[in-house]
Design a protein around this ligand. Structure first.
Ligand code: GLY
Length: 332
């Protein structure tokens, strides 16, 4: 008999244990019990983020801990890295394009499957919050460039210079050679993608980035594109991505991962399959990194990447942990 997973309604016991048993339609009562014992108990709330973005997951956790909704936790967490001047891949202080302009991409998804995003937006430091405004205040889902910036200003966001002295110096140094060989996220940092489940068992997600350093003007990667940098389905779970956006876009990576979880794969298996699709379709994979994180509604999570060095920051039960991801290849 074909097995299909059903998610039974979660029973919430305050801030802490949410029992979300996974059962199979053709299982006997004994089998159901066994399955529930093995995989069915998850402690929520929980928040996961790409990389060692510990301050971001801490900020998200503080929202969840007070009983806040996952969408608020996601926005609060992502804003921390957007404001971090030392993070050259997200928000203010992000590396500019080859013309010296910092352009930001971000998206957010809530428990209802609503989506909001901005791409190629300049002069506004918190694209995750603008993305949320797009989701909540407009009939649209995605605003780009000048239109996104204009909308942000109308919503009360202030214009500011996103190019810090340090980013400008690095860009000027790059210009001496102007070597257009984008190597994204081989180093230990990049886009922040975040997934959170709140005390009600509802999942939301966000993803925010300045994209590839010294990219062509107008280049947009995966981070703000639904199903690529982020996908959330509150009946199944969510996934987010970091790394070479072109490859994630071509394989619609996070939509694929959520659909694989829908078909019964664990988050770990689904992330591995997502990476496999890229590796098998692109012989050049040794020259770029992609990392995926997935979280299902039972609170199970997984991560996988092309090259070692990637990992995820997790906050749960008031504790911060870093989980090193397994990789398709050894450390790049
Ligand atoms: N993953 C970030 C980008 O490719 O823009």
């Amino acid at each position: 008999m074909k097995r299909r997973n059903f998610i039974k309604k979660a029973s919430v016991t305050g801030l802490g244990l949410v029992v979300v048993p996974a059962i199979t339609s053709c299982a006997t009562e004994d089998e159901k019990e066994k399955k529930a014992t093995v995989t069915g108990k998850a402690l929520v709330p929980v928040v996961l983020a790409t990389w060692r973005f510990h301050n971001a997951t801490k900020a998200a956790w503080e929202v969840l801990e007070k009983g806040g909704e996952s969408i608020d936790a996601i926005e609060a967490g992502c804003r921390v890295e957007e404001a971090n001047l030392n993070n050259t891949t997200v928000g203010i202080g992000g590396s500019p394009d080859r013309e010296g302009n910092v352009t930001l991409d971000a998206c957010i998804m809530n428990k209802n499957g609503d989506y909001g995003a901005v791409v190629c937006m300049e002069n506004i430091a918190h694209p995750i919050s603008v993305a949320r405004k797009v989701m909540e205040e407009t009939p649209h889902v995605l605003l780009a460039g000048k239109g996104a910036e204009q909308f942000a200003v109308e919503q009360g966001f202030k214009r500011e210079n996103l190019l810090t002295d340090a980013s400008k110096k690095a860009w000027l140094k790059w210009k001496e050679k102007s070597e257009y060989k984008p190597i994204i996220n081989i180093e230990n940092h990049d886009t922040i993608g975040m997934l959170a489940i709140d005390k009600n068992g509802d999942i939301s997600g966000g993803c925010t980035t300045s994209g590839m350093a010294y990219k062509m003007a107008g280049r947009v990667g995966d981070s703000a594109i639904i199903g690529s940098g982020l996908f959330i389905d509150n009946t199944i779970g969510g996934a987010t991505a970091t790394g070479m956006g072109e490859e994630v876009l071509k394989t619609v990576g996070t939509y694929l991962i959520v659909e694989l979880m829908r078909q019964g794969k664990t988050p770990q298996e689904a992330c591995e399959e997502g990476v496999k699709r890229i590796v098998e379709s692109n012989p050049n994979y040794k020259n770029f990194q992609v990392g995926y994180v997935a979280l299902n509604k039972q609170g199970e999570y997984g991560c996988y990447c092309i090259h070692g060095g990637f990992g995820i920051s997790k906050y749960q039960e008031g504790k911060q942990t870093y989980i090193e991801s397994n990789a398709h290849t050894k450390k790049a």
